[in-house]
Design a protein around this ligand. Structure first.
Ligand code: NAD
Length: 429
C-alpha cells in the first residue's frame, strides 16, 4: 500500500522536528538527533543451492548511542530500503529512551525474501551478514535482535558466526535467542503482550472494560499473534486479522463477527505469520480483501504488520466506533493522519511506546546473560508489565499536563532523555 511514495525516514524526521521545535532544541542538537550517526551499507555474496551466486544488499545503522550500546533488530524483507532502516534506527533510540533502558538505537536489514529461500540459503545470509560487519557487534557496542521475517534460529546462526570469528562465548552480542541458548523466557510473547499491557493501562484511564471491546488486527506475525492471544484471553473479541498470502502475493482479512478463536489461528499459520485460506474456510472463517481489516466495526485497531497503513485515505473507511489504535508495528500511521485522528478523538498508543515490550525483554535477556542467572517466565512477564506501566504512566501524565497527544508526549520524554545524555557527554549543547 503506497510503498513507492512513502518514505519512513521523512516520516520519522517530521515527527522529530515537530517536537524538537516545541522543545526549543539548539540547531546542532537537532542536526545530530534527526539522522543516524553511523550507517554501513554492504554486499553479502551467497552461493545459492543451485550453485549460482547472488549478492544481497545489507545495512546496519546506529542512530544514537548516548544512552548505551545500539540495540535493534535485523529485518529480512524484499522491500527493505536504506530509509526504512534509517527511520527504524531512529525510532529505536526513542523507544529505549522512553522506557528508560540503558541502550541506544540501531537497526539492520537485508533486501531478500526468506519465503523464497531455503533454510541453508538463509543461514548463509545470516553468517554473511555477520562476516561483513562483525567488528561493529558486541555486547557493549551493537546488539541485534529478530525483526520482520527473522527469528531465533537466524539469531543463533549470527551468534555462532560471531563466536567462531572471535573464538569465545558472547551471549550478550545478540538477543531473541532460543531459550536453550541463552534466550529469555517470554521474549517471543514480549512485544505482543506489551501492546496489550499498554492497552489495559489506557482502557483503565478511559474507564472501559476489555471484555466489552472488539479488535481488528493487521498482521498475524510475532507481534500480532501474542497481542491477539493475550487480548482474547483477557476477554476481548478479535473480530478480524489480516495477513500476506505468499501464493498469490496478496493480503487477505480473516473475519469472524462472533470472535476468532485465536488458538485455532495458531494451528493454521506458517512460520512467517501467513494463515492458510482453505483451512480457515473449513473453520467457518470469512475471507475478505486485505484492506478490510481497517473497516471493521470495532473499538480497537491494532496495526501490527507494516508502515504507513493508516493514512488520510484509509482512515476515511474506519468505523466511528474506533476509539483506540495500538501501534504494534513501527510507523503504521501516516504523519498527516495522526493529527486528524487526534481531532476525531481517537487515542493512538504510539509505536515506540506500544511495541517497546520486545526491546525491554531483550534488555532482560542481556541482564540475564551478563549475570548468568535466568528468570522464570512469570518473573519476566511481571517485570515487563511493570516497565510498560511505568512508561505508559509517564507518557500519559506528560500528555495531560501539556494537552498533547501520546505520541508527542512520548517524543518529549525520549528526546529530553537523549538530549541530556548527549549534553553530559559534551557532543552538543
Ligand atoms: P512478522 O514478520 O512476524 O509478521 C509480519 C506479519 O505481517 C505477517 O503476518 C505478514 O503476513 C503480515 N503482512 C505482511 N504484509 C502484509 C499486508 N500487506 N497486509 C496484511 N498483513 C501483512 O513481523 P513482526 O515481528 O510481527 O513485526 C511486525 C511489525 O512490528 C513490524 O513493523 C516490526 O518492525 C514491528 N516490531 C516487531 C517487534 C518484534 O519483537 N517482533 C518489536 C517491535 C516492533
Amino acid at each position: 500500500m503506497e510503498h513507492d511514495a512513502y518514505n519512513p525516514f521523512t516520516h520519522a524526521q517530521k515527527q522529530f522536528d515537530h517536537v524538537a521545535t516545541s522543545l526549543h532544541l539548539e540547531e546542532g542538537m537537532k542536526d545530530l538527533l534527526r539522522s543516524p550517526m553511523k550507517e554501513i551499507h554492504f554486499s553479502i555474496p551467497i552461493k545459492m543451492d543451485d550453485g549460482s551466486t547472488r549478492v544481497f544488499k545489507g545495512f546496519r545503522m546506529k542512530h544514537n548511542e548516548a544512552l548505551g550500546p545500539a540495540k535493534g533488530g535485523i529485518r529480512f524483507h524484499p522491500h527493505e530500503s536504506v530509509d526504512t532502516v534509517r527511520a527504524l534506527s531512529m525510532w529505536m533510540t526513542w523507544k529505549c529512551a522512553v522506557v528508560g533502558l540503558p541502550l541506544g538505537g540501531g537497526k539492520g536489514g537485508v533486501i531478500c525474501d526468506p519465503q523464497t529461500l531455503s533454510l541453508a540459503e538463509q543461514e548463509r545470509i545470516c553468517r554473511g551478514y555477520v562476516r561483513q560487519i562483525h567488528t561493529l557487534f558486541g555486547p557493549n557496542t551493537d546488539v541485534p535482535a529478530p525483526d520482520v521475517m527473522t527469528n531465533g534460529q537466524h539469531m543463533v546462526w549470527m551468534l555462532d558466526e560471531f563466536e567462531t570469528i572471535n573464538q569465545g562465548h558472547f551471549p550478550g552480542m545478540i538477543t531473541g535467542k532460543p531459550v536453550n541458548l541463552g534466550g529469555s523466557q517470554g521474549r517471543t510473547e514480549a512485544t505482543g503482550y506489551g501492546v496489550v499491557y499498554h492497552l489495559l493501562a489506557l482502557l483503565a484511564k478511559k474507564g472501559l472494560d476489555i471484555q466489552n471491546t472488539r479488535a481488528s488486527i493487521q498482521g498475524f506475525g510475532n507481534v500480532a499473534q501474542y497481542a491477539a492471544e493475550l487480548y482474547s484471553e483477557l476477554g476481548g473479541k478479535v473480530v478480524a486479522v489480516s495477513c500476506w498470502n505468499q501464493k498469490d502475493q496478496k493480503s487477505y482479512t480473516f473475519r469472524d463477527l462472533n470472535g476468532l478463536n485465536v488458538a485455532k489461528l495458531f494451528e493454521i499459520k506458517d512460520a512467517f505469520g501467513s494463515l492458510d485460506i482453505e483451512k480457515a474456510k473449513a473453520l467457518g472463517i470469512e475471507i475478505l480483501p486485505g484492506e478490510a481489516w481497517i473497516e471493521q466495526d470495532v473499538e480497537i485497531l491494532i496495526p501490527a504488520a507494516l508502515e504507513n497503513q493508516i493514512t488520510l485515505e484509509s482512515m476515511a473507511k474506519m468505523s466511528n466506533n474506533v476509539q483506540i489504535i495500538c501501534e504494534g508495528a513501527n510507523g503504521p500511521t501516516a504523519y498527516e493522519a495522526d493529527a486528524a485522528l487526534f481531532e476525531r478523538g481517537v487515542t493512538i498508543i504510539p509505536d515506540f511506546l506500544c511495541n517497546a515490550g520486545g526491546v525491554t525483554c531483550s534488555y532482560f535477556e542481556q541482564v540475564q546473560g551478563n549475570t548468568n542467572f535466568y528468570w522464570e517466565k512469570e518473573e519476566v512477564l511481571a517485570k515487563l508489565q511493570t516497565f510498560m506501566n511505568n512508561a505508559f504512566e509517564n507518557v500519559y501524565n506528560v500528555a495531560k499536563e501539556k494537552d498533547i497527544n501520546l505520541r508527542d508526549a512520548a517524543y518529549t520524554i525520549a528526546i529530553t532523555r537523549v538530549k541530556e545524555a548527549v549534553q553530559a557527554r559534551g557532543w552538543a549543547s
